[in-house]
Design a protein around this ligand. Structure first.
Ligand code: ARG
Length: 560
């Protein structure tokens, strides 16, 4: 039941001719304090149109509104405040959650395929914090969009092609060893690459060698391809270790190399539409009418570029998946690239370019400074996750020494803490990473939400009777919990519309806080007539916390 609709339809007859439904819906807000009602309608914008005082309009509206579905409707200043009938609200919400279970909050906003370009690290290079963010944000968005009816397709657009592979092959042949690559692939491949650049400063002929090797690779030379495949395979194996820890998988690993044979036709189309221009020996598409820098399609040496591959990828995804939206979860620093990508596609006459959305995000910092993404960060990432698990283990041992499965739970809590911390911040915000803070069991953390859920489960385990949502619950102290429970479906909608997992994370914190406040002040397991209904509320809380954590890709242990 959507209680906001109740408010909108109560206001509607009185506002006929003044405001349409959608505008009323937009204006109705949730007051900061429940003393000011459960919903409020501000009259200020109406006052400007009608040239009357907000106060008078509010009083007028109250006299016209049919208040039967509500406990009370009251004018306060320029607001009309609506108080819901708490008993019937509790009844409806608890019933609904009990019936729908893990499907509570499923809404149909749309349907069809939505490819999500996410993670996308570069072969033979360490995965950066940015790739980690892209991975967890992309995964949460896939879950959220799946909940509202779409079919997400998670694509890891690996950076697995480019002139750097010529350099890498030269360096490997000169200074590398199979054993070293096998022992620690990314670290050693990176070292070779760094060494190549050092040596090439004194010996420029190395660059020619690298070019020749890359040419061999492009021409399908067996030896070159074999090495490239191997570098790709061992790098991916390392990335997969991280993905496994995070619990993230992909529907496709088609990276840049996949588009090698798909770019010629893009360039041909650009030519036939007279969009290509030569500038300083390079082929570009002029985008000045979009106020953008030109898009580079071909370098002077004929090598195709990042942009050209993304054009081919966008077109491939449209033809292959027939997408209704196509998302790219990539750091904010690539904003212009995606603006250019859309603009070029529009110039080519592809209307569907408007369904492409870049989902940018901010940086992870440490003490306010950008984390270095240069060396060895894959090790760093794994280490961060391991340390988080270690910290979780320590706290669990203190709080719950005889917990069965303590290792599994510590894993779920430690990793969940890192994911939750990433997702509770608004996507575009930069945020600081301090491990101790992230894994705390109190405060705005993942473990806090998980712990609340486990605590609620332990109440249910201790109860001697079953929850009964059909029993009336007249408990003013439970109101904040019930309100939060009832808000969940609209929260999912907002998260989906804004591509913003933080909406879900913040909501989980709100529900957990409301529950803990109640738990700190009242005993749930008192044997009175409302006990079965209170238990239904506890059960509903676990259900919704679990649904929310699940959307974020965070585990919800029942005991911890
Ligand atoms: N590999 C790129 C990087 O690390 C990210 C790729 C993003 N996806 C895309 N289709 N351009 O910066």
């Amino acid at each position: 039941m959507d209680f906001k609709k109740l408010v909108v339809s109560a206001l509607k007859p009185a506002l006929e001719g003044e405001l349409d439904d959608a505008t009323i819906d937009l204006l109705v807000e949730t007051p900061k304090s429940s003393e000011l009602g459960d919903y409020a309608f501000p009259t200020f914008s109406l006052a400007k149109i009608l040239h009357r005082s907000p106060k008078m309009i509010a009083a007028d509206l109250v006299s016209q509104i049919d208040a039967t579905p509500f406990e009370q409707v009251k004018a306060v200043g320029g607001y009309v405040n609506f108080y819901l009938d708490k008993i019937s609200f509790a009844h409806e919400v608890l019933q609904e959650i009990a019936t729908e279970g893990q499907h509570y909050g499923d809404v149909k906003l749309g349907q069809g395929n939505v490819p999500i370009d996410m993670s996308s690290p570069n072969i033979a290079k360490p995965m950066s914090m940015g790739h980690l963010r892209s991975t967890v944000i992309g995964n949460a968005l896939a879950n959220i969009l799946g909940k509202v009816g779409y079919t997400p397709i998670k694509i890891n657009h690996l950076g697995d092609w480019g002139t750097q592979f010529g350099k890498l092959i030269v360096a490997y042949n000169k200074w590398g060893s199979e054993a070293a690559v096998k022992a620690d692939p990314i670290k050693n491949l990176l070292n070779y690459y760094v060494k190549f650049h050092e040596m090439a400063e004194v010996d420029p002929s190395l660059e020619d060698e690298a070019r020749a090797w890359f040419k061999r690779l492009e021409d399908g030379d067996e030896e070159a391809v074999k090495l490239w495949r191997w570098f790709r395979r061992v790098s991916l194996a390392e990335f997969n270790r991280i993905y496994k820890i995070l619990g993230v998988d992909f529907d496709s690993y088609n990276g840049e190399a996949f588009y090698n044979d798909k770019m010629a036709s893009v360039v041909k189309t650009l030519e036939s539409k007279h969009l290509l221009k030569t500038s300083q020996g390079a082929e570009i598409v002029d985008l000045s009418k979009y106020n953008l820098n030109p898009a580079l399609i071909k370098k002077s040496d004929g090598a195709t570029l990042y942009m050209t591959r993304d054009l081919a990828a966008a077109i491939f995804r449209k033809n292959h998946y027939h997408f209704v939206q196509s998302l790219y979860v990539v750091g904010n620093e690539q904003r212009e690239h995606f603006q250019q990508l859309k603009a070029v596609l529009l110039e080519m006459g592809y209307e569907w370019a408007n369904d492409i959305h870049h989902i940018p995000f901010g940086l992870i910092t440490a003490n306010g400074k950008k984390l270095s993404t240069r060396r060895g960060n894959i090790i760093l990432l794994e280490k961060v996750l391991q340390d988080a698990v270690g910290l979780a283990k320590k706290q669990i041992a203190e709080k719950h020494p005889e917990l069965p499965n303590a290792d599994v739970v510590a894993q779920e809590v430690g990793v969940g803490a890192v994911i939750f911390h990433d997702l509770k911040n608004e996507r575009l915000d930069n945020f600081d990473f301090n491990l101790e803070e992230v894994v705390r069991f109190e405060g705005e953390t993942g473990p806090y939400v998980q712990y609340t859920n486990a605590r609620a489960h332990s109440i249910l385990r201790k109860a001697k009777i079953a929850p009964a949502p059909e029993v009336a619950l007249n408990d003013p102290a439970a109101w904040d919990i019930l309100r939060a429970l009832g808000d969940y479906p609209s929260i999912v909608v907002r998260a989906a519309n804004e591509y913003e997992p933080s909406v879900i994370a913040k909501y989980a914190l709100r529900l957990a806080k409301a529950f803990n406040k109640y738990y700190a002040n009242f005993k749930v397991l008192v044997e009175d007539s409302e006990l079965p209904a209170r238990l239904a509320m506890v059960a509903a809380t676990t259900q919704v916390l679990e649904n929310a954590l699940h959307l974020l890709g965070v585990a919800a242990p029942k005991e911890m």
